[in-house]
Each structure stands twice: as structure tokens, then as C-alpha cells.
Design a protein around this ligand. Structure first.
Ligand code: DQA
Length: 140
């Protein structure tokens, strides 16, 4: 099994921004832990982050035939990117939406995701473990 861990806008600042919400570990540190976990359980992951909506769409297009699934934290694009929604709907590779924070316990605008309807499922509120739980969902 091979999974793509896809992080969107501002996730490159993880560990630096709003540490009370997203924790103090950098995205590189989290990705290294995900990598080790996947290896331990006999599968592979590739990690990619971009602040560009178009690049994220291209990654989703390119995942077809290359990956068994995508774990996607689109950041704020979650709440309004119809381009990402259409990209997810356009491919057969299943996507699990992830958020580190509990978006339902925060500002009103975070309660709406335009992606969830076209995703296989959604995991949120468990910090960096949201990524691990999403990865695990592909093994069940
Ligand atoms: C986030 C939640 C989003 O609302 C926010 O814009 C992010 C991170 C999360 O992981 O909790 O950038 O996706």
C-alpha cells in the first residue's frame, strides 16, 4: 500500500503558528513520524505540502494509479476551494479529509467544508494523530 499525505495552505508553518491549536512540532517532524509509522506497518507514504491551490489539484490528479489513497489536510482551502472539491471528485483514488484541530469547536466559518461530501471520510480534532488515524483507515 502507498499513500499520499497532502498538506495545503499554511501547513508549512505548523510548529510555528498558533502552537496552542496545532502543537509545537514542525510539519517535517510530524511527517518523519508518519513515515516511521508507515514503514513499521509495512506500507509507504509520500508527503507533499503546497500553499498553491493549483499545485494541490495537480497532486490529486497525479495520484491516480500511483497511490491507494490520499490523506488531505487542505488547511483553509477546505472551507471554500471548489477547485479542490472538483479535483477530488474527478479521481478514483479515495481521499480522507483531515484536520488537526476540532474545526467544529472553533470559528463559525471553519464548520463548513466543501470537501467532505466528495471524500471517503473525515478525521479531525486529534492533533498530529489525525493523520495517523486517517492512514490507519486505509488498512481496515
Ligand atoms: C486545519 C483547520 C483549518 O480551518 C485551518 O485553516 C488550517 C488547519 C486543521 O488542521 O485543523 O489551516 O485544517
Amino acid at each position: 500500500m502507498k499513500l499520499l499525505i497532502l498538506n495545503g495552505v499554511n501547513l508549512n508553518l505548523t510548529g510555528k503558528r498558533e502552537q496552542d491549536v496545532y502543537g509545537g512540532e514542525t510539519l517535517e517532524e510530524i511527517n518523519a513520524q508518519l513515515q516511521a509509522y508507515a514503514e513499521q506497518h509495512g506500507y509507504g507514504i509520500d508527503c507533499f505540502q503546497s500553499n498553491s491551490e493549483g499545485e494541490l489539484c495537480s497532486q490529486i490528479h497525479g495520484a491516480e494509479g500511483q497511490y491507494d489513497g490520499i490523506v488531505l489536510n487542505a488547511g483553509a482551502y477546505t472551507h471554500y476551494s471548489l477547485a479542490l472539491r472538483d479535483a477530488i471528485a474527478a479521481v478514483k483514488v479515495p481521499v480522507v479529509e483531515v484536520h488537526m484541530s476540532n474545526v467544529h469547536a472553533r470559528e463559525e466559518f471553519r464548520k463548513k467544508s466543501v470537501l467532505t461530501e466528495v471524500c471517503k471520510g473525515e478525521i479531525l480534532g486529534f492533533g498530529k494523530n489525525s493523520y495517523l488515524l486517517a492512514m490507519e483507515s486505509f488498512r481496515l
